[in-house]
Design a protein around this ligand. Structure first.
Ligand code: NAD
Ligand code: MG
Length: 386
């Protein structure tokens, strides 16, 4: 395997730092050539000194000078702003772009990377929620492979290796999050601190809240629909609190293939980077005797109304999933900042979905406009509540 040159969008986050750990375990195979961060300038500077990329981008332009001065003694180019993210992924020296930034902000740079025919290691699921059809079409047209990083989708991808037969059903597993067993009445009063305690995974704040509301699983259902070309009715969501079976695929003969392992995101990150090879990884290994048993439950769409909203959005199609995502980003942040109750997250998203004008065949410009409009509507709704 020749050395793969990697651009990490969001290198200072949970996925980004774990990707750098994978890269540092295989310095002969991987090279970090571009690192980018939203606001965490000091960590970006440390990473740049350690990995010596060609370029770094700090999305927050007000910190450009700070980063630039801190790296002045090194041959590392420093850029700032959203546009720079779109440009650095196109660089000739890049083979793989790992999209590990959060939310709608991932859409434009991902499209630029596809256009430049880069392989996409896709962690930023919001890109496929918002514009799955457009992204998959462009990836096909430009022959840019999309390699899933999300653990469930990596599991499905691994189950499909070597198969030529169509998928009959996808079994998409879900941990159920920290409130899996909590009654609806109590959910109304849960705090951000409680919601940020995920039982099995250490992740960024936004996705951790999405896991608590189960919007994350709704997003992953939409992500699976686009990545694997299946209908949502052929995706079964199964709550599996141990997070050992990362997902499974059923075929026409009734055979079910699943991928198992300890919950460690470095496994799917590394698989996306090393595909089709597997490499060694210094990670805790699965011991079935210690586990003893695995359990499964049906998801509760009434307590976890965000899941039902995701089905509604994908059934409507058009710009609805884009509205779903935009409203969720606004509501998720408002909850984290104590401006919105936990159960109100689904309420304001549903209301934003009802109020934002529907567009059946959106273009990229439609998505950009819809995202803005839905954010404004949702922010107004939240402001009106207090
Ligand atoms: P995080 O918050 O820990 O990190 C996000 C990174 O993106 C940081 O480097 C941050 O500086 C950067 N960033 C944030 N907003 C940005 C913006 N507007 N412009 C440019 N850069 C920006 O998030 P995370 O948990 O690592 O998640 C990243 C993505 O991966 C999300 O889409 C998430 O859904 C997905 N994902 C994460 C996990 C996980 O275990 N963390 C698992 C599956 C999927
Ligand atoms: Mg996942």
């Amino acid at each position: 395997m020749s050395k793969k040159k990697i651009a990490i969008l969001g290198s200072t986050g949970s996925i980004g730092t774990q990707a750098l750990d994978v890269i540092s375990q295989h310095p002969d195979l991987f090279e970090a050539r571009v690192l980018t961060a939203g606001r965490r300038a000091d960590l970006l500077i440390d990473q740049a000194r350690r990995f010596l990329p060609d370029a770094v981008v700090i999305a927050d332009e007000s910190q450009y000078q700070y980063v630039q001065e801190a790296l002045a003694d090194l041959p590392v180019k420093v850029y700032a702003g959203e546009e720079a993210l779109c440009q650095v992924v196109e660089g000739e020296q890049i083979d793989i772009v790992l999209t590990a930034l959060v939310g709608f902000a991932g859409l434009k740079p991902t499209l630029h990377a596809i256009n430049a025919r880069k392989a996409i290691a896709l962690a930023n699921k919001e890109t496929l929620v918002v514009a799955g059809e457009l992204v998959m079409q462009r990836a096909l047209a430009r022959q840019a492979p999309i390699l899933p990083v999300d653990s469930e989708h990596s599991a499905i991808f691994q189950c499909l290796a070597g198969e030529r037969s169509p998928i009959e059903k996808i079994i998409l597993t879900a941990s159920g999050g920290p409130f899996r067993l909590m009654e609806r009445e109590r959910l109304a009063a849960v705090t951000p601190t409680e919601a940020l305690k995920h039982p099995n995974w250490q992740m960024g704040a936004k996705i951790t809240i999405d896991s608590a509301t189960m919007m994350n699983k709704g997003f992953e259902m939409i992500e699976a629909k686009w990545l694997f070309g299946v209908s949502p009715t052929d995706i079964e969501i199964v709550v599996h609190p141990e997070s050992i079976i990362h997902s499974a695929v059923q075929f026409a003969d009734g055979a079910v293939k699943a991928q198992l392992g300890m919950p460690d995101m470095r496994v799917p990150i590394q698989y996306a980077l090393s595909y089709p090879q597997r490499l060694t990884l210094n990670t805790p290994k699965l011991d079935l005797f210690t586990l003893g048993h695995l359990t499964f439950e049906k998801p509760d769409m009434e307590r976890f109304a965000c899941l039902a909203l995701a089905y509604e959005a994908t059934q409507s199609g058009g710009n609805k999933p884009c509205v779903l995502n935009a409203a969720n980003e606004v509501a998720n942040l408002a909850f984290r900042e104590g401006r919105l109750g936990f159960l109100q997250i689904a309420e304001v998203i549903a209301e934003t979905m009802a109020r934002t004008p529907f567009v059946a065949e959106p273009s990229l410009d439609t998505y950009l406009a819809t995202d803005k409009e839905a954010r404004a509507i949702c922010a107004d709704l939240i402001a009106g509540l207090s």
